[in-house]
Ligand binder design. Structure first.
Ligand code: ZN
Length: 618
């Protein structure tokens, strides 16, 4: 196999174009019925086949052996040259990243004025990375697109149509736009299997699934990765080889981490993560692995299936079914997903990963709350309707002697209808965290809202007021009503475990207070100690430290809405921030290769991505 797979299997006919069949069919039919547009815009993520489709279109328009169905023959000299991207008088490929200026556009315009080399041929201009063209360049092009010479077709390809809309909105009314679909792992896997079968290479299904996941929607990447695996020379695509090539973490490591979380062995997180760091683990891949496993965990808990998981992982998760409630898995997934954007850019991936796992391990479990609620009577005398807080149901008159823990109530949103009479709390700072569930339910778990014992003890007196104001004379006293629903939901005595478990809420409260920078800095940091009301926040960099130091007023205010006894907040930069292991991780070959591939041959694009922090990874 001397020819790289990605090249060898690049489609030569519309029928071979994987996934984008809607576009391929439309284009073929347009040629068949002589309704070819003057300009096309192909939008879609990288690796979805924009350039390939453009070339197949050019081949079909210029094929020397015109077939009735207007598929290109793929073999004639014209087809061969266009397919290979070699120079051709009639088909010109332009990389807008390096030819983005008005002069280039004028040049293009002049060249387009010349007729194609033969009466039955078309001139096709394929402009890649079209979003890189300047506004002036678009203006120069617009004229020719508005009144194009006969048999000239422009194909613009872009990953970012929005940028074209910003620079040259009128172009959109002059082009026929196609949005190319991102390939799913299943699409990629399917196509890989076909390719390897025709190469007579045996492949383990799990190996294909891993390659497909790593390719992240790009068939080209999937085939290049497969080439890398095959270059190891064993002639087969096995799970072990793929893992070695991609530097993937073994599933068992991920499963071991989830067990630590499930068993709440928070302290073991540190040793385990340190061990993985010693082995040169790539924490971005670890995070992806944990997220995938959690998705599997959720699907299995809900009785569904996940096709992306390895058989081993799936079996292990099925065996462990029930250790997390679906609600908890959702919360963990949410935390992992929220972390992801920071994670990729962070130089402190080990710390962030470690912190995430510790937070998982310290999560208040929904299960616990559910267990408590199950033990409660479900009063049939309840008049509160389906959303009545169970606290009401749970407290028939005269039951005030029950233990504080039995007073745990469901999430705030359910409790709200009952507290309607008290409109005042909405304006209090303490109500901010409580308002969060409305927008991000998954991040504010039900169990966090369980009433702490000390406040529950005081809630005995407000109970009848909430439900039946006629029963107790206190009902007419307005002041306590206002405070009652808020205080119990909020302030708990400050404690490191509670603080760690509610760190998200602290971050959110700071964000809601309009201190976005402070909030995101907190999100990347970890509370590590509480002593005499002094909260120590471990930060990963000076930047984070100073952001938090400058926002201590906001942090304190947020902390005080959630905890009692907060005195001070200090930041601590860990001694010897582990620079060495970090370095090793970020230099993982796979990542480096991938980035290099992504940016290959487009220095301007490369610079633009850096400067604008664009969605390259996506
Ligand atoms: Zn041909």
């Amino acid at each position: 196999m001397s020819l790289a797979l990605a090249r060898k299997y690049r489609p030569r006919r519309f029928a071979d174009v994987a996934v984008q069949t809607h576009v391929a069919t439309t284009l073929r039919s347009a040629i068949e019925h002589d309704r070819v547009a003057q300009a096309y815009l192909f939008c879609g993520p990288r690796g979805t086949g924009k350039t390939t489709l453009a070339r197949v279109l050019a081949m079909a328009l210029n094929c020397e052996k015109r077939r009735k169905d207007r598929e290109p023959c793929g073999k004639c000299l014209s087809c061969e040259r266009i397919w290979a991207g070699s120079t051709s008088l009639d088909v010109v490929e332009i990389d807008a990243a390096s030819n983005r200026g008005v002069d280039d556009a004028r040049d293009l315009r002049e060249r387009a004025m010349y007729a194609p080399t033969g009466d039955d041929r078309y001139k096709v201009y394929i402009i890649d990375e079209a979003h890189m063209l300047t506004k002036e360049a678009w203006n120069a092009l617009l004229k020719i697109i508005e009144e194009p010479p006969p048999r000239v077709v422009f194909v613009f390809a872009t990953t970012e149509p929005q940028r074209i809309a910003n620079a040259a909105a009128p172009i959109f009314s002059r082009v026929q736009r196609f949005d190319l679909r991102r390939m799913s792992p299943a699409d990629v896997r399917e196509r890989l299997a076909i390719v390897l079968e025709s190469e007579k290479v045996t492949a383990e299904p799990e190996a294909l699934a891993m390659l497909a996941r790593a390719a992240d929607g790009s068939m080209r990447d999937a085939l290049s990765l497969t080439d890398q695996v095959l270059s190891l020379g064993t002639g087969a695509v096995t799970e072990a080889l793929v893992r070695e090539t991609l530097g993937l973490v073994h599933d068992d490591e991920i499963l071991a981490l989830l067990s630590i979380v499930a068993e709440r062995r928070a302290a073991d997180v540190f040793t385990e993560v340190a061990r993985l760091a010693d082995q040169g683990a790539d924490f971005a891949l670890m995070l992806a692995g944990v997220t995938d496993a959690l998705r599997g965990e959720l699907a299995i808990a809900l009785g569904g299936t996940v096709s992306d998981l390895s058989e081993r992982t799936r079996k292990a998760l099925v065996e462990a079914k029930g250790r997390f409630s679906p609600g908890d898995v959702l919360r963990m997934l949410n935390m992992a997903v929220e972390l992801e954007p920071h994670f990729k850019r962070s130089g402190q991936q080990q710390l962030l990963f470690e912190t995430l796992l510790v937070r998982f391990a310290l999560l208040d479990r929904t299960m616990d709350l559910e267990a408590v609620l199950r033990g409660l009577p479900t009063g049939g005398h309840d008049s509160g309707g389906p959303i009545a807080p169970s606290r009401e149901r749970a407290e028939p008159p005269g039951s005030s002697a029950e233990s504080p823990s039995q007073r745990a109530i469901p999430p705030a949103p359910e409790a709200k209808p009952a507290s309607k009479p008290a409109s005042k709390p909405a304006s209090k700072p303490a109500s901010k965290p409580a308002s969060k569930p409305a927008s991000t339910p998954a991040s504010t778990p039900a169990s966090k809202r369980a009433r702490p014992p000390e406040s529950a003890a005081g809630s005995g007196s407000d109970r009848p007021r909430l439900r039946d104001s006629g029963r107790v004379s206190e009902a007419v006293t307005p002041a306590p009503i206002a405070d009652a629903p808020i205080v119990p939901l909020a302030a708990q005595p400050l404690d490191i475990n509670r603080l760690a478990a509610r760190w998200d809420d602290v971050v959110e409260a700071v964000r809601l207070a309009g201190r976005g920078v402070v909030a995101s800095s907190l999100a990347e940091s970890t509370p590590t100690a509480v002593s005499n009301g002094v909260v120590t926040v471990q930060v990963a960099s000076e930047t984070l430290a100073s952001a938090i130091d400058n926002g201590t007023d906001a942090v304190l205010a947020a902390l005080r809405t959630l905890f009692t006894g907060v005195q001070q907040v200090v930041t601590a930069r860990p001694e010897g921030v582990p620079a060495a292991p970090m370095k090793r991780m970020t230099e993982t070959e796979v990542i480096a290769n991938r980035v290099a591939t992504l940016r290959k041959g487009a220095p301007l694009l490369d610079a633009a991505f850096d400067a604008l922090d664009l969605r390259l990874i996506d």
